[in-house]
Design a protein around this ligand. Structure first.
Ligand SMILES: [Zn+2]
Length: 231
């Protein structure tokens, strides 16, 4: 009995110390996680003046493959399986589009370029002012996610068709593709890529089809190849 009491006297303080150390470690770890969180969820709302200063985007094109996306296909369209964007893939499938150029869908201003958190990878938001009278205006954002590289900076104004980055895998999370969204309104917030309701998103394909720069019959080569001599 006395031995048991002696053992307990040693064990109890040790257990207490271990529990305390555990609590301190957990606190410390969550503190670190908060410090490295790159983006406050409600981090940015474009001010009316900023919206007024945005370039007007009268026309849009698909962000990959060719002027009208002839070299890409939509592997997971808007609202299929709660998806909030289009997943654009090169026609070669698999990782064949890894490193392919991604172009600004319309004239606008980069309002975010960075890595907002797991699942998104490198991500770009471009804000566009729509012409007066557009039912979805005055401001929409095009969103480009899972990028391998980012080639623009936040605050930069871009023309339609400017190369802004390359197709990636969200740091190895998926097979290479471009997750592309069109969002309504002035809130810049990565949010989620899937939901039960469309939130503030609209179908990218339909949005661009209604506002694209050329006729259905016109299929241009990719901007990269357009510099090559014509045969
Ligand atoms: Zn996606």
């Amino acid at each position: 009995m006395q031995t048991l009491v002696r053992i307990m006297r040693v064990l109890l303080p040790l257990t207490l110390v271990a529990v305390l150390l555990g609590i301190i470690w957990l606190r410390f770890r969550s503190g670190l996680a908060q410090k490295t969180r790159p983006l406050d969820p409600a981090f940015l709302r474009l001010a009316p003046l900023e919206i007024a200063a945005l370039p007007v985007a009268a026309r849009f094109d698909m962000p990959m493959g060719s002027e009208h996306g002839a070299l890409t296909y939509n592997a997971q369209p808007f609202r299929i399986q709660r998806h909030l964007g289009d997943d654009l893939n090169g026609i070669g499938g698999g990782n064949s589009d890894l490193g392919d150029a991604v172009y600004a869908a319309g004239a606008g201003q980069v309002v975010y370029a960075g890595s907002p958190g797991p699942g998104w990878g490198k991500m770009i938001f471009i804000a566009h002012r729509l012409p007066d009278g557009d039912e979805l205006g005055p401001v929409v954002q095009t969103v480009y996610a899972h990028l391998a590289t980012i080639e623009v900076q936040s605050g930069q104004q871009v023309e339609r068709g400017l190369r802004i980055g390359t197709v990636g895998t969200a740091e190895g999370a998926y097979l290479a593709h471009l997750h592309f969204e069109v969002r309504l309104g002035p809130y810049v917030n990565p949010g989620q890529g899937y939901a039960d309701t469309p939130l503030n998103r609209v179908s990218p394909e339909q949005f661009i089809r209604a506002r694209r720069a050329g006729s259905d019959q016109l299929l241009n080569p990719t901007p990269e190849k357009s510099k090559m001599p014509k045969r």
